[in-house]
Design a protein around this ligand. Structure first.
Ligand code: DGY
Length: 434
């Protein structure tokens, strides 16, 4: 074996060990994993779903525990909150004093992209301990079903097939340029005084702006003032968007949930029948997100009825939902080709030709490993091996050269945001060294 190959192998092994240690060090109460020390000291919903898949690579029981702990925070209406405050830590804002929410345990009052079913299906497929699989999955399936039911009923009360998000934090892509116009309409007149902590920990240029935070918090106050009543909020909020990200992830999650319901049969079949109905409705509705002019998927503003103009990395998530036609797929791949002419690492979170591109600012340009995981997985399902591999390789290079950062500059590769980040380390482990 050449010296170069040997060095590469030992570097990969060292990074593998570092990824495991990242999860171990970010583990709390041996029950959940914080995304990153200081910056995000609680349990985040979609973070935990990806992190559980990482845990599975070296500790199956701990992987299941991650998901069980997440669902221990589920509300009676079925919603799984975006943050669960299991322990009190004061390095994060906004904490429990702002949200004033949660039932069995303190939590935020919004949700996050529903990755749970996809994660649990992954655990089922890959876990070695099949007895544990059966016991764990039988308990989790009804809870996951109820969380999807919440999305389909409370966030799509007219059953049109696209679910609404009420908050940028709920999409996970907090400061994406996609939300700019809708945020302009959010009233900040009653905003309470507050002090951000994130900007004391991370370069403010790499985080959302104060203008955005004023609107994020005004929305939280509005929800809290309405006791998190989904129907009332649905009727009055000016921020109501069918996010192509959430809708793709939910459709994929429904497909994964259906496979598990049919395999494990936790009931007489009515849950599976219901999920089939949701899938059918979603598949039909997806055409509303396609724009024939840009040849891309977009978010839909449910207040104005207009498609939002920006094209972002979320435009490729319909691949993950297996809802892309051959023709649409060709156009989407052409976007990837074109984007790659001006960036080094795929996939930037905003079209790199967009004038709002900001390579270092959170969701306005940087590359995110978890989005890359979903896009690469979707492209593979679609049969586009070349781009799937390119994305996987780019993600690996970023981690090898810049560690397990929260996000990366698509031109220079610089690691940004939180360091020793759980979900980034988990993606390394899932892809087993890429
Ligand atoms: C944050 O605090 O930046 C989170 O993304 C909100 O969930």
């Amino acid at each position: 074996m050449s010296q170069q190959l040997e060095d590469m192998k030992s570097d990969t092994a060292a990074l593998h060990e570092k990824a495991k240690q990242t999860l171990i060090q970010n583990s709390r109460m041996n029950a959940y994993t914080i995304p990153s020390k200081n910056l995000y000291p609680f349990q985040w919903n979609w973070d935990s779903c990806f992190t559980a898949m990482g845990w599975l690579q070296f500790d199956e029981e701990r992987a299941w525990k991650e998901m069980e702990t997440l669902f221990s925070g589920q509300w009676k209406n079925g919603m799984v909150p975006h943050i669960i405050f299991h322990e009190m830590v004061d390095s994060y804002f906004p904490g429990t004093a702002v949200w004033r929410a949660g039932e069995k345990v303190d939590s935020s009052g919004i949700s996050q992209p529903p990755v749970a079913a996809t994660s649990v299906r992954y655990l089922c497929d890959k876990a070695q301990d099949k007895e544990m699989v059966k016991a764990k999955v039988m308990a989790l399936l009804p809870q996951i079903f109820e969380s999807h039911q919440w999305w389909h009923n409370d966030r799509d009360p007219e059953h049109k097939g696209l679910v609404a998000t009420f908050h940028p934090w709920e999409t996970g892509r907090d400061n994406s340029a996609e939300w700019d116009e809708a945020l302009e309409n959010v009233c900040t007149a009653r905003l309470e005084e507050y002090r951000r902590l994130d900007v004391t920990l991370i370069d403010p240029e790499h985080r959302p702006s104060n203008y955005e935070y004023d609107r994020y918090l005004s929305l939280v106050q509005l929800f809290r003032d309405h006791d998190y009543d989904q129907k009332k909020i649905h009727d009055i909020t000016v921020f109501k968007i069918a996010d192509v990200g959430i809708n793709s992830i939910l459709l994929r999650a429904n497909r994964d949930l259906l496979v598990m319901l049919e395999e494990f049969k936790p009931d007489d079949g009515w849950m599976a029948e219901t999920v089939k109905g949701w899938i059918e409705r979603q598949e039909k509705a997806f055409s509303r997100l396609w724009n024939e002019e840009t040849k891309a998927f977009h978010c839909l503003d449910l207040v104005s009825g207009e498609l939002i103009k920006e094209v972002t990395s979320a435009a490729f998530l319909p691949f993950f939902a297996a809802v892309v036609s051959k023709e649409q797929g060709k156009h989407l791949v052409a976007h990837l080709d074109k984007w790659s002419e001006v960036i080094e690492y795929a996939v930037p979170s905003l079209d790199p030709y967009d004038e709002k591109l900001d390579e270092k600012r959170y969701w306005r340009g940087p590359v995110w490993a978890i989005v890359n995981y979903m896009i690469a997985d979707g492209l593979q399902l679609f049969g586009e091996q070349e781009w799937s591999e390119r994305i996987r390789n780019d993600t690996g290079k970023l981690m090898q050269q810049h560690g397990f950062a929260e996000y990366y500059d698509p031109k220079t590769g610089e690691g940004l945001g939180g360091i020793d980040f759980s979900w980034t380390a988990a993606i390394w482990l899932i892809w087993a060294g890429l």
